[in-house]
Design a protein around this ligand. Structure first.
Ligand code: NAD
Length: 329
């Protein structure tokens, strides 16, 4: 019965042409929802929409979250918003803090205001583990954060503050999902600000040495896309009042070093091309704004949402590598 109520719903996925957004579009369409995608293709791609662009339940609005009218148009008739549109990447925000702020903060408020005015049922948004900033403690628990270490981290923290105020002031339902190093199919391997996993996969497939920033002992809670999809769905369907108007770590709850990561990639990719096993790893200087270690506590999501992530780094990497081998070689 509950399922029936939800599949008649319309979900707006901003940034739906990007890595996480296009996977969310595909998933919710496969469950029978109507999906609207708002994207300006700043970093997203038409090819990410190809598998479902003809689906009658799918509608693309090419527009910009910095434009209020585009936001108002996108929320018409929408029940739930999964707000993913943003300019990601810490180095990009150090290079161009003004544009990052325009998109990630002004665009975010535009979407909140449009969603409030259209009386959407719930506004779920992509927050970030970068909000933990310089806090040293591990694992990271939601209510203990440090000082932001980059313009990007500031924008993502400001998102949380605005969501909280829109909840308390206007009675909106919001849920923030602090994503930790997400990876998987459709993540863009190209460009100056590419994420580490797709970049290393492409380099190894071309028998080029991946360059690790630092000594490779930094560690991260690498999170496979299907765990992130599960969190978005749980945030959408939950009727637990304690889970609403709050934030959740969205992670697997384990950490691996960069050295571990490259070794897994070499192992899995060498099943497709044995020469990859012999590609050397190179090391470069550490990057500004990087924290040494990151690991999420996922206890809150388990307790309040019933989150039960199915993909470890190893399991997710094997799926991701197979996808890159089939699609991008
Ligand atoms: P992505 O770059 O693949 O997707 C972002 C999408 O937003 C793109 O399709 C882009 O074209 C769109 N977009 C950018 N500016 C826009 C604008 N002004 N108007 C409309 N659309 C716009 O990145 P992603 O990895 O899929 O990230 C999705 C969200 O998750 C972002 O909010 C990001 O900050 C957050 N996040 C991602 C990670 C990660 O590890 N990938 C970690 C923490 C948080």
């Amino acid at each position: 019965m509950k399922e029936q109520v939800f599949v008649n719903s319309t979900v707006l996925i901003t940034g739906g042409a990007g890595f996480i957004g296009s996977n969310l579009c595909e998933y919710f369409l496969s469950k029978g929802y109507k999906v609207v995608c708002l994207d300006n293709f700043a970093t997203g791609h038409k090819h990410n929409l190809k598998a479902f662009e003809e689906n009658v339940n799918f509608r693309l609005i090419e527009g910009d979250i910095r434009n209020e009218k585009d936001c108002q148009k996108a929320v018409q008739g929408v029940d739930y918003v999964l707000h993913q549109a943003a300019l990601g990447s810490v180095p990009r925000s150090i290079q161009d803090p003004v544009t990052t702020n325009d998109v990630n903060v002004s665009g975010f408020i535009n979407m909140l205001v449009a969603s409030r005015d259209a009386k959407v049922k719930r506004f779920i948004y992509a927050a970030s583990s970068s909000t933990y900033g310089d806090s040293q403690g591990l694992p990271k628990v939601e209510d203990v954060i440090g000082k932001p270490l980059s313009p990007y981290a500031i924008t993502k923290y400001v998102n949380e503050l605005y969501a909280e105020i829109f909840s308390s002031t206007y009675g909106m339902e919001t849920i923030g999902l602090r994503y930790f190093n997400v990876f998987g199919r459709k993540q863009d391997p190209n460009g100056a600000y590419a994420a580490v996993i797709p970049k290393f996969v492409m380099q190894l497939m071309q028998l080029e040495s991946p360059v690790i920033n630092g000594d490779g002992n930094y560690s991260r809670d690498f999170t496979y896309i299907d765990n992130v999809i599960q969190m978005n769905e749980l945030a959408m369907v939950t009727d637990n009042p304690l889970a609403i108007n709050t934030v959740f770590n969205t992670a697997y709850g384990d950490r691996n070093t960069l050295n571990d990561l490259v070794n897994y990639l070499k192992e899995y990719l060498s099943k497709y091309d044995s020469r990859i096993a012999n590609v050397a790893i190179e090391y470069g200087p550490s990057r500004a704004g990087d924290i040494p270690h990151s690991l999420a506590s996922i206890d809150k999501a388990k307790a309040l949402l019933g989150y039960n992530p199915q993909f470890s780094l190893q399991k997710g990497l094997q799926e991701a590598v197979a996808w890159y081998w089939d699609n991008l070689r």
